[in-house]
Design a protein around this ligand. Sequence first.
Ligand SMILES: NC(=O)c1ccc[n+]([C@@H]2O[C@H](COP(=O)([O-])OP(=O)(O)OC[C@H]3O[C@@H](n4cnc5c(N)ncnc54)[C@H](O)[C@@H]3O)[C@@H](O)[C@H]2O)c1
Length: 451
Amino acid sequence: MKLTIIGTGYVGLVTGACFAEMGSRVTCVDIDTAKIENLKKGILPIYEPGLERIVQENMADGTLQFTTRLEDAARDCQIFFIAVGTPPGEDGSADLQYVRRVAARIGQCMTDYAVIVDKSTVPVGTADQVAEVVQEALDTRGIDLEFDVVSNPEFLKEGAAIQDFLKPDRIIVGANSERAAKIMTRLYAPFSMNRDKMILMNVRDAEMTKYAANAMLATKISFMNEIANICEHLGVDVENVRKGIGSDSRIGYSFIYPGAGYGGSCFPKDVKALIKTSKDTGVDPAVLAAVENRNNLQKKVLAEKIKARLGTDLSGRRFALWGLAFKPGTDDMREAASIVLIDNLLAAGAIVCAYDPVAMAQAARELPEAWLESSRLILANDQYQALENADAMILVTEWKTFRRPDFKRMGQLLNQKIIFDGRNQYDPEEVAEFGFEYHGIGREAFHPADL
Ligand SMILES: NC(=O)c1ccc[n+]([C@@H]2O[C@H](COP(=O)([O-])OP(=O)(O)OC[C@H]3O[C@@H](n4cnc5c(N)ncnc54)[C@H](O)[C@@H]3O)[C@@H](O)[C@H]2O)c1
């Protein structure tokens, strides 16, 4: 099948590469000329395990191409995927300007019957808007072409995106026409070989399914973070509670790790957008609002612990920060907990020396220039260099390389042997044996004297 993916960001690039890998002929389009020029040379805009190989091999085979010219890609294209961003607007709703712009361009360029797929996360009713915009563009051209708009939300996880796309738990397709449903079923057949993973429904149901899924996962995280805060005040170790409840098959272990709050390009904005949708329909979003509120509070917890221990004025203090990406396995820093923490520490007068195994280039691009220019935020070359003369180490992203560090060496490099563990990665007793004072999330502080 001939596919065009419009928007070659995280989702668009993974989608295009994986369809090409499964035998479709794919053209990825983007308005970002530099991104497309780099991709043509095999240089990827994101870090995602396994993606580079798939992109390079399929480019070499000629099954995957990149262009800025939709008019070229659109010729005889059977399926258009819209995979542009849907950032939050001022009122929290998903900003659909990019989706609408792409819909208009499709209407201007399509040459035959096509299925137009909303891959971006979009609110209920967006497919109708896309159809209107496409029809307007066709009317302006004065031509009569049939098309269907389908919702096919994406559930990939950054850091495991290829695996998620090639071996999905489920494929949600919302289609209101049999013709479109049949084309989508054929397109996804190679991904559904062992068991039927396709769940067909109508368009609005599919649009809502994506928001409900993300809101559910965000709810689990915020719920557990709240439990962690209660535990801490009761002398309870939330890690035991986590294991205790995770073993219940109705609850499960995933997404119940207490931490420094959720970030990324999806959960914060999707929860926000669903709150807005809920309000618009007259339903009080009591649960969703609490989920968002707890997360905003949770992103401040590490800074509060540091101030409680070292004082509210942190002038002259230096901190080593391990982890900048919003989670391990990606260089994505959108809405990362690390940004809120750095902001709080710098505002209190501190110096922060940060290290991340893959997000350093992204950090240099995305973090406010003023922070870097002031030399109060320093980007270190490796995790141990970040520790030199610091008053504490703060773990924010649980990369594997941070899990079993050389505690002896850490103790030699740090000014004070204090660990603030924002992801409960370390055993308090073990680090205390190396002379560290330990502060985790949802558990009491532990000192060498407590051994
Ligand atoms: N990142 C994820 O993990 C993830 C997972 C599931 C769903 N989603 C959803 O997928 C959508 C895309 O997210 P993303 O993270 O890939 O975004 P992104 O910001 O990484 O990529 C968007 C791309 O669209 C391009 N673009 C914008 N306007 C364009 C236009 N008119 N024509 C062509 N290209 C255009 C941008 O240049 C950019 O490269 C969002 O709705 C998001 O919520 C994201």
